[in-house]
Design a protein around this ligand. Structure first.
Ligand code: PLP
Length: 304
């Protein structure tokens, strides 16, 4: 265990490096910066939209302490090669599971592979609260104990801080709502997968790049993301027909104004930039009707 708990709140310290993808929710990178460590942004691959293992290997230095695979859009990142690099280089693996609650990689849930994992329960996620919330999972008792300390002011015993912690308690009302919704997560994920299959059938051969479903994984389709070089025109065409779509994400972190001085990109980030230009998230949610998927697909075919 190479984390440094000296300063309590900062698990990582200034000077440490954490490797993460540039094409992710900015929250992934903001979390690294909160610790004082430096994000080192690397490229993704365009099959799973996950960290490119080759890019990770090239980015490791003597200061690297952790790597954060993000299971973007609900598709598990290719963890095995990343775990192998991490073992060889003695660095931590922190999974960002915020978009992949319930997804499987080689038959085992994401969040159970790395040293520790983070889940978001923001209302739009596959498991969402009615406000903000989140959870951390780990099989490491030492890390679990430390997370419990940090969650509430570093208290082991009430009002006595062992380390400098914070207030990061899960609100009890949110917890009660999540507890009920959790029972239906698998069912909702199955429905997402069913609707995704329908999209894949209906859009087959239409000239778009469709999301892949790696055979070693069970994708939970937090987003159904297609790629097309004329993405903006396609998005406008859909909107004109009353179909609202989103782009996750239009600007990779290394091109965002707040991170312009981030001086730690490694290698080409061309695939991240390409995804930002070409990706479009089609409507997909468990309550969606098959008729709606048919209509979206039809309007896309009309555009093509
Ligand atoms: C939503 C999300 C987060 C952040 O979650 P918050 O609950 O808003 O802090 C982090 N990473 C990814 C990939 C996300 O999609």
């Amino acid at each position: 265990m190479r984390f440094n708990w000296r300063c309590g709140r900062a698990a990582l310290a200034r000077g440490d490096e954490v490797i993460a993808p540039s094409q992710t929710a900015v929250a992934t990178i903001a979390a690294i910066e909160m610790t004082g460590a430096s994000p080192v942004l690397v490229d993704i691959e365009l099959e799973r939209f996950g960290l490119d293992p080759g890019a990770v290997a090239a980015a490791v230095t003597a200061r690297t302490r952790a790597v954060i695979p993000v299971h973007l859009y609900g598709c598990p990142a290719d963890l095995n090669p990343i775990l192998q690099i991490a073992r060889e280089k003695n660095i931590f693996v922190i999974e960002d599971c915020s978009q992949a609650h319930g997804a499987l990689y080689h038959g085992r849930k994401v969040g159970a592979w790395g040293d520790i994992a983070a889940f978001s329960f923001y209302p739009t996620k596959n498991l969402g609260a009615f406000g903000d919330g989140g959870a951390v999972t780990t099989n490491n008792a030492d890390l679990a104990g430390k997370v419990r300390l940090l969650r509430q002011y570093g208290w082991k015993e009430r009002y006595v801080s062992q380390v400098k912690g914070m207030n990061s308690r899960l609100d009890e009302l949110q917890a009660a709502i999540l507890r009920v919704k959790l029972r239906r997560l698998d069912e909702w994920n199955a429905r997402r997968r069913e609707l995704a299959s329908l999209y894949l059938d209906l859009l087959h051969g239409a000239g778009l790049i469709l999301p892949s479903q790696p055979v070693d994984s069970e994708h939970v389709f937090h987003q159904f993301v297609i790629r097309h070089p004329r993405r903006d025109a396609l998005q406008a065409h859909l909107l004109a027909q009353g179909i609202h779509t989103l782009v996750h994400y239009p600007v990779p972190v290394h091109l965002q104004p707040a991170y312009a001085n981030l001086n730690s990109m490694v290698g080409s980030l061309s695939k991240s930039e390409r995804a930002a230009r070409e990706a479009l998230s089609l409507p997909l949610y468990p309550e969606m009707m098959e008729e709606q998927v048919r209509r979206v697909s039809w309007v896309i075919r009309e555009f093509m």
